[in-house]
Write a protein that binds this ligand. Sequence first.
Ligand code: NCD
Length: 308
Amino acid sequence: MPRSGPGGRHLLDVDDLSDDAVEDILRRAASFAAGARPHSSDFADRLIATLFFEPSTRTRLSFEAAAHRLGARVIGFSDAGATSARKGESLEDTIRTIAGYADLLVLRHPEPGSAARAARVSQVPIVNAGDGDHAHPTQALLDLYTLQAERGATRGHSVVLLGDLRHGRTVHSLAVLLTRFGNQVTLVAPPGLEMPAEVIAKCRESGAAPRQTHDLGEAVADADVLYVTRIQKERMDPADYARLSGSYRVDAALLSRASSDLLVLHPLPRVDEIDPAVDDGPGAAYFRQAANGVPVRMAILARILEKN
Ligand code: NCD
């Protein structure tokens, strides 16, 4: 089965989209956010399946909201324990089966590379909604859209990515996309949770190499965007989690070192890495960012369904 390429069949990671395709998605998302809707019959006979083998609040519900708002219909599951995976069915067989029922599959799965495995056996497009600690391209698109919505441009920002950069799939896709769009990326992670070398190499291929530092205060002082992530407890040894949890926190003291219009983003869920007192500041955009998931996923679904 072919990978998508710019034509837009599967969306496994941000490399499947050309710059033009990304810009098309952002344009469509802005128009959906402003209230535009497809003609009522456009997607009425299309059926989307959401297959969530891992917990999710925002990604699944915003995909389902997006599908409904396009006028498409949705089937799916959010508890893999209630599916035949429990009886030992392989991912491939589950995908082959559901590809016979629906026009597009949105997949979240704990194993890195699972979306590519699904794409190899699926007759219909696969959209990766997070494959283990590997990639999360639709989150990266909504993050880039949020930059544009909040600051008027996708390019030319100085962005700090903070947190568990090793296991966080959102930052893997986002670092590459931000670099491609001409942003300067600075990586700040607790020791042992640094960004994987492959992601840094991909960034280098597409633009400026990210800067790495352990000095969060100094990084934030030069930034106009701070993208915070939680430590991915479920992807590490409990002893490591106990040692590293609480090792960084975004609070008023940190923000006093930053520009007063620093934009603070987070893919959510947060645990303790942002003090809730930060929420009231004008730069705290993470709940607006979550809301942007709907128009951006409408744009992603519409683009793929139109071509398939
Ligand atoms: C993220 C994920 O699932 O990777 N959540 C999301 O999709 N907004 C981030 C996380 O779980 O930390």
